[in-house]
Design a protein around this ligand. Sequence first.
Ligand code: SF4
Length: 360
Amino acid sequence: MIQLDALLCDCEHPTIAPSSAPIVEWVLEDEELLGDREPLLTSERPVVIDQLAAFGVETLRLTGTSGLDAVDELIERADDHGLETTLRTSGQQLDQSRLESLADSGLTRVSVLVEGLSTPREQHTSSDAIDAALETLRAADDTDLATELRFPLQAESVTDMEEIYDLAALLSADRFRLTHVPEPELDEEQRRRAVRRLADLARDAHERGTHLETVLSGGIDAGYVAEYAQDRLEEACSTDVREALRERLGTAPSPPVAKLGPAGRVYPGPFWDRYALGSVRDRPFGSIWTDESNPLLERLRHEEAGLPDRCRGCQFGDICSGGSRGRALAVHDDPFEPDPVCYVDKEAAAGGSPAESTAD
Ligand code: SF4
């Protein structure tokens, strides 16, 4: 995660205490069950929290298309172990009393997905989801929960970004998060323009004294953010930005995010839906995550050969490290192909130093 406002306004990235444990994204339920037909039983789930805590996981994201109404016990267990838990909703609406009860259980943050502005009547399903997200944000404002609005960059809603950013501030959201999803309709220039605009918005908000934490998911934006800093900031600050990005990459665990599927399978990142590393039903999470005999983990972590050719010659390799292997898998059917959303100017970026992979 890149925190744009701190990086571009204070020329520093908030220092994250180095942790060898990844963030864990737990998909509690989804329609496909990630290829597995036997989701973890309610009685099995608390043991998984114990496994995560035993391995030193500090941050947990709970997500899913359903099943979020029975998360209180998990959140309480995580809180007892000192884990920070975010509940990520996608279309579900939570009212104030539900949010207060989740906060009482120990929830740290609620994160809502907003894919665009409310749309005309014929697309009412997506409008309903957006309205539900915004109502949840409104309701959360009167609770102790931190809040986040997630905005995935997509061709049909890229022009909505600025208005949604303003909406996030208006609804007193604590954080706006832009994510990149594989999207063939969105070209590189549109991605560059969107991130450039978001950087401008974050700096304007900072100058006006409006605090809205503005973050970019993953490391794929690092190269373009470094270019932006070079173009728009004073030289000393731009050098600090690049150094802060390098430090961020250097202190991130590898891979930085683990995905836990509904049936307890462990994947090496949020975009993975096959090649599970193991199941928490068979052995503890820590044993799966540190299994050095696993050739996939070995390649993701240690081998420069795990990076696509393009990234090995890229001048941003030391701060980006090849983007997401999971996105490459989703689009190319091969995790060691280039990240399909990379949007830096490839010719300008060519010719840099090689990098070691800590891709997600
Ligand atoms: S070419 Fe590779 S290393 Fe360079 S910015 Fe793109 S994904 Fe990152």
